[in-house]
Design a binder for this molecule. Structure first.
Ligand SMILES: CC(C)(COP(=O)(O)OP(=O)(O)OC[C@H]1O[C@@H](n2cnc3c(N)ncnc32)[C@H](O)[C@@H]1OP(=O)(O)O)[C@@H](O)C(=O)NCCC(=O)NCCS
Length: 144
């Protein structure tokens, strides 16, 4: 069941809350607080609190031969609001950009893989030992 949230661009004032969501969402958080606003960062706000974020960037602007490419760099939803459609809504907002989308996901992250597959991402390659803490293969996924 989709939850009502306000979706907006993150601001400097959101940085502590973004770091908190990162800590709640990941067993081993690896995004320092000062990295979120280096990229395009969208938040989902529920009753004044940040419940989820998506961070992305353009990695190729596109040319006459190939479309633009964007990378999903980070995505997290606080445990209390999971399975409420927030990640889906954040990704659908991201898809309003006209681009090919790429991302990496841990092989063991079945929740995220299910989410991405459901939205049309397909595996295009694997990168062995891409991640640290713990070391793990990355699955590279793409959506056109
Ligand atoms: C992965 C994550 C972002 C999903 O966020 P979410 O808001 O709960 O996802 P949604 O509610 O939009 O889920 C959409 C669909 O994805 C799939 N999905 C999501 N979580 C799932 C899970 N735990 N197990 C199986 N499928 C799952 C389901 O198909 C789901 O649809 P359904 O709820 O109708 O069955 C969230 O679990 C999370 O923050 N995890 C920790 C951080 C993380 O792993 N980020 C991704 C890094 S690549």
């Amino acid at each position: 069941m989709a939850v009502e949230a306000l979706f907006r661009a993150a601001t400097e004032a959101d940085v502590p809350a973004l770091a908190e969501v990162e800590h709640l969402a990941f067993a081993v958080p690896n995004w320092p607080a000062d990295t979120f606003l280096r990229y395009d960062c969208t938040v989902a706000e529920i009753e004044g609190r940040i419940a989820a974020f998506l961070v992305s960037r353009q990695i190729f602007p596109g040319n006459e031969m190939a479309p633009p490419e964007r990378e999903i760099l980070n995505l997290a939803v606080v445990p209390a609001f999971r399975r409420s459609g927030l990640a889906t809504q954040l990704l659908k907002l991201e898809f309003q950009n006209s681009a090919v989308f790429l991302l990496e996901v841990r092989e063991s992250n079945l929740a995220a893989r299910a989410l991405y597959e459901r939205l049309g991402f397909v595996e295009i390659s694997r990168r062995k030992d891409y991640y640290d803490h713990p070391p793990e293969t990355a699955i590279v996924m793409q959506m056109k």
